[in-house]
Design a protein around this ligand. Structure first.
Ligand code: 5GP
Length: 183
C-alpha cells in the first residue's frame, strides 16, 4: 500500500510528535474543565484514538458520523447526520475533532448544529488544514499541520474507503485514481 504513494507527506514520527503536542496544549487549556471530545467518523477515528490518550486530564468522548452531499472530492456544504451524539451537550465543554478541514463547509455545518444545543463552549481541533481550499469561514482552534492543496490518505483518511490504516499520511500516485476510474 505504501508503494501506492507518490510521496510521504507526513511520517508516523512527525504525526506522533504533533498529536502529543496538541494533547499537551489541550490539557493546559481545559485544566479544571470537564472536556467532551466529539470525533467525526470515520476519518477522525485514528487521530481521535491517539489524541484522547495524549491528554492528561479527564476526558469523555463521543462520535458523530456525517455524509456530505456531492461527489467524493467536492463538498456541497449540505451535510446529513448519519449518527448523532448519544448525549446532550448542554452546558458541556465540547471539542470537535476532525481529520481535515478542506472547504470548511462540513465544519461550518457541524458548528452551527452543535451551537444550537447550547454547549458551555465549542472549539475545533483538526489534524490537517488545507486553507487554500476554504469556502466557509471557520475557526480552527487547534491545528496539527497546514498542508498544500493535495489529496492525502492514511492515518484515518481514505480513498474509496482504503488506506485509512496507514501510519503515515501520503499523496497517492495519479495512476491509482486513473486505474480506479477505469474499473
Ligand atoms: P470540507 O467540508 O472541509 O470540504 O471537507 C471535509 C471532509 O472532506 C473531510 O472530513 C474528509 O472526509 C474529506 N477530505 C477533504 N480533503 C481530503 C483529503 O485530502 N483526503 C481525504 N482522504 N479526505 C479529504
Amino acid at each position: 500500500m505504501r508503494s501506492d504513494a507518490e510521496k510521504i507527506l507526513l511520517t508516523e514520527e512527525e504525526i506522533t510528535a504533533k498529536v502529543l503536542q496538541l494533547g499537551q496544549t489541550i490539557s493546559t487549556d481545559y485544566a479544571n474543565k470537564e472536556l467532551l471530545m466529539v470525533g467525526i467518523l470515520k476519518g477522525a477515528m485514528i487521530f481521535m484514538a491517539d489524541l484522547v490518550r495524549s491528554v492528561n486530564i479527564p476526558v469523555e468522548f463521543d462520535f458523530m458520523a456525517v455524509s456530505s452531499y456531492g461527489s467524493a472530492n467536492k463538498s456541497s456544504g449540505v451535510v446529513r447526520i448519519l449518527k448523532d451524539l448519544e448525549q446532550s451537550i448542554e452546558g458541556r465543554h465540547v471539542l470537535l475533532v476532525e481529520d481535515i478541514v478542506d472547504t470548511g463547509l462540513t465544519l461550518k455545518y457541524l458548528l452551527e448544529n452543535l451551537q444550537t444545543r447550547e454547549p458551555a463552549s465549542l472549539r475545533t481541533c483538526t489534524l490537517l488544514d488545507k486553507p487554500e481550499r476554504r469556502q466557509a469561514e471557520v475557526t480552527v482552534n487547534y491545528n496539527g499541520f497546514t498542508i498544500p492543496d493535495e489529496f492525502v490518505v492514511g492515518y484515518g483518511l481514505d480513498y474509496n474507503e482504503k488506506y485509512r490504516n496507514l501510519k503515515d499520511i501520503l499523496v497517492l500516485r495519479p495512476e491509482i485514481y486513473q486505474k480506479q476510474g477505469e474499473e
